[in-house]
Ligand binder design. Structure first.
Ligand code: CA
Length: 236
C-alpha cells in the first residue's frame, strides 16, 4: 500500500508543487491549508508523514505538532519560513523529526521525505520484532535508570520521566550501544534518519535535554559523556 502524506501549507503555489511532486513519486497525498483542518485530517488519515508549515491560519505548526505528537507516531517534517535557529529548536522540541528552511528544492524535500519514511519503516520492523520475540529485553536497567521498551518509558528512581519521543529514541540508541563512541553524524543518521549532512547541533540539543533529566548533575555528566573529537558515549 502506498504511504500516505499529509501536506499542511497555506501557500497555494507551494501546496500544488508539493502535492504534484509527492503524487508523482507514488504517495497518497492530502492537502490542507490551516492548523485546525490539519488536526482533523491527521486523525482521520493516520498519515505516515506530515509536511507541516509553521506559519498557518487558525493554529500554527508548532501547536499542531505538539498536539499530534501525543496522538500518533507519524513523521513530522517542518517547513520554516527562514533559516531561523529558534524555529528549528522549537520545532524539534515540539516533536518534529526534521525541518527544512524555505526556499528548498523539491529534490531535497524528496530526499528528506524518503529518509523519514525509511526510518519509520525500520522502527516499525524493530518494534514488530521485539513483540514477536516476547522480548527478553523488555527493560534495560542501568542502576537507578530503567528504559522500559514495551511501554516506551524511562524511569529514574522508579519515577517515570517526562520524556519526548525523540529523547526516548536517542537514549535507547545510546543505551543499545553502551560504551561505544558514537559520532554526531552517525547518531543523526540512525536516530533522525538524516543520511545527508544534517545539523549536528540537533544532537547536542537533545543530549542536553536528556542530561537534564537523567544526570545527577547535568553540568558534570557521567551517563552520557562527551567524547573529544566529536561524539558521545553512554556509560550506563
Ligand atoms: Ca505559511
Amino acid at each position: 500500500m502506498p504511504e500516505t502524506i499529509l501536506i499542511v501549507e497555506d501557500e497555494l503555489s507551494l501546496q500544488e508543487t508539493l502535492a504534484y511532486s509527492l503524487k508523482k513519486e507514488g504517495y497518497t497525498v492530502e492537502v490542507v491549508g490551516d492548523g485546525r483542518s490539519a488536526l482533523e485530517f491527521a486523525r482521520r488519515l493516520k498519515p505516515d508523514l506530515i509536511v507541516l508549515d509553521i506559519m498557518l491560519p487558525e493554529m500554527d505548526g508548532f501547536e499542531v505538532a505538539r498536539i499530534l505528537r501525543k496522538e500518533m507516531s507519524a513523521a513530522i517534517l517542518m517547513l520554516t519560513a527562514r533559516d531561523d535557529e529558534i524555529d528549528r529548536v522549537v520545532g524539534l522540541e515540539v516533536g518534529a523529526d526534521d525541518y527544512m528552511s524555505k526556499p528548498f528544492s523539491m529534490r531535497e524535500l524528496m530526499a528528506r521525505v524518503k529518509s523519514q519514511l525509511r526510518r519509520a519503516r525500520l522502527l516499525r520492523e524493530e518494534m514488530g520484532k521485539a513483540k514477536d520475540a516476547d522480548s527478553p529485553h523488555e527493560k534495560l536497567t542501568f542502576d537507578n535508570l530503567i528504559i522500559n521498551l514495551t511501554r516506551r518509558e524511562v524511569l529514574l528512581n522508579n519515577e517515570p520521566l517526562p520524556i519526548k519521543p525523540k529523547e526516548y529514541e536517542l537514549l535507547l540508541f545510546l543505551a543499545e550501544h553502551r560504551r561505544q563512541m558514537l559520532s554526531r553524524e552517525f547518531i543523526l543518521e540512525r536516530v533522525w534518519g538524516w543520511d545527508f549532512i544534517g545539523d549536528s547541533r540537533t544532537v547536542d540539543v537533545h543530549v542536553r535535554w536528556l542530561r537534564q533529566k537523567i544526570e545527577a548533575d547535568s553540568s558534570k555528566p557521567t551517563r552520557i559523556v562527551t567524547v573529544r573529537g566529536g561524539g558521545y558515549r553512554f556509560e550506563g
